[in-house]
Design a protein around this ligand. Sequence first.
Ligand code: KIV
Length: 306
Amino acid sequence: MSTYPSAPKTITIPSDASRLPMTLPRLVDQYRRGEKLVMVTAYDYPSARAAEAAGVDLVLVGDSGAMTVLGYDSTVPVSLDEMLMLAKAVRRGMESPFMVADLPFGSYEVSDQQAIETAMRFAKEAGADAVKLEGCGEMAVARAKAIVQAGIPVMGHVGLTPQTATALGGYRAQAKDASAAMALVRGAEALEAVGCFSVVLEAIPSVVAEAVVDRLEIPTIGIGAGPSTAGQVLVFHDLLGIREGRGGKFVQRYADLQDAMDQGVAAYAADVRSKAYPAEQHEYAMDAAEVSALQTALEDLPAKPL
Ligand code: KIV
């Protein structure tokens, strides 16, 4: 029996794997039909292929990639060029999911023009369908508005916003008192008002998420925000167990790939050291006549200088 209660016993690729690419109108239709939206992060070609094969609706090239694939301590140091490289690899790996790229810290805060230029790079160079930015204060709302007006769809992100986690007192649940919750509701409404097509709600009490869901027309995507949101997002490495430690309280693990990778590499190292690998089946053969010609040619070589 699977260790993961909700994991399917066999991997099945959805029958509509040849489905049409997800678009904003299709997302809205799915939301209005009450069908949950599935979003997962991806940072490279293989994770994008997995998202495509699983038939997810949206893929986020999250700046969590700063930690999961680039090894930084937080999302703060990752550069725009590094994020673009990840986004381009994801684009090469999938066709159907709607691709959202995270604007990294420092790439949109300075001015509306900076925000538009950064968003344009994700759209033009990486083929992103939309960008995501964190926060719902005056600056974030203004940047979201500017990017939407420039013609690029924007996803908002409120609650725990990792780029400013230090200012929020660390990686902890947000909006836990009524006034902070009201500020969050108002902020999410402001993002909707300037044209965001969706908002991520991260690490907030379920009751606050319900209030946001009730107040907004656009779909919300939750991560640690309970069941009421239109969709859910998880970090690829968290859900597959490609990490040390368990991650946030809200993480549900569906595999232990870090263990599988560690064991696989250890088994390979042991086989090389014991000379069990490579075995005969891994070798390339040569015709006997060619072997004999090679031996003659080698014998004819001048002796190696001492
Ligand atoms: O970067 C990321 O992975 C995110 C999700 C947690 C929403 O922003």
